[in-house]
Design a protein around this ligand. Structure first.
Ligand code: ZN
Ligand code: ZN
Length: 218
């Protein structure tokens, strides 16, 4: 007979495997080094150089840009590149260009730098599906939410995107709205009649699409 081990045998293996999987699609910790800032992805042309980062801002291609990154605290001293270009420390960095938004896209920023905001219900847009997107610059998968939702905003006028920059788990915004949330991105969806549909922690675009579809039916 197999004893029930302290670690729980197969269950433990399954749990570790699922945690590893989650690690590929979600962020739980900010960088222990510098800060990943949007400096690297601020270039208009995000095509990659031989270093697999945007050529226009790559500090190995353009050493004259190093002081700018260091001044912003965006520097990995261990690997001598900006934190936002260090694929060793952040294998999930994502430099995909975001789809251009139409000028009338309903996008707003509720929290620029972790400052707290009132209950989300206050900001729901009547008659639209409202998507509240809690993100951080150090969270590579968070950028995939933008890419996906920007694509939807090009096609649909009944969606509103409201972005909230968490910055870290210690900010007033995080303490108020992310209690019990395990990973970013964290997205909360409200339907057209203002009812809360779903909250999704970690990158799950099919769950997001399903929640938007459900919110559209309200
Ligand atoms: Zn380069
Ligand atoms: Zn590094």
């Amino acid at each position: 007979m197999k004893p029930a081990g302290i670690l729980g045998g197969e269950n433990f293996v399954a749990k570790v495997a699922s945690l590893l999987l989650l690690g590929l699609t979600a962020c739980t910790t900010p960088s222990p080094h510098g800060r990943v800032t949007p400096l690297t992805t601020s270039a208009e042309d995000l095509s990659l150089c031989a270093h697999q980062v945007p050529a226009a801002t790559c500090t190995r291609c353009h050493p004259e840009k190093i002081p700018e990154f260091k001044a912003a605290g965006d520097w990995c001293a261990e690997h001598e590149v900006p934190e936002s270009q260090c694929l060793i420390c952040h294998p999930d960095l994502n430099f995909e260009p975001l789809p251009a938004l139409p000028p009338d896209a309903d996008v707003g920023r509720l929290s620029e730098a972790g400052e707290d905001v009132e209950a989300l219900e206050t900001f729901v847009v009547p008659g639209k599906v409202t998507i509240f997107d809690f993100y951080a610059d150090w969270c590579g998968p968070c950028r995939k939410i933008d890419a996906h939702v920007f694509g939807l905003l090009k096609e649909r006028k009944d969606l509103a995107l409201r972005k909230l920059n968490v910055v870290s788990w210690e900010t007033p915004l995080a303490k108020h709205h992310l209690a019990g949330v395990e990973s970013l991105p964290y997205v909360v969806i409200y339907g057209r009649n203002g009812q809360r549909v779903k909250a999704i922690s970690g990158l799950d675009l099919s769950a997001l699409d399903a929640a938007i579809a459900e919110g559209s039916q309200q």
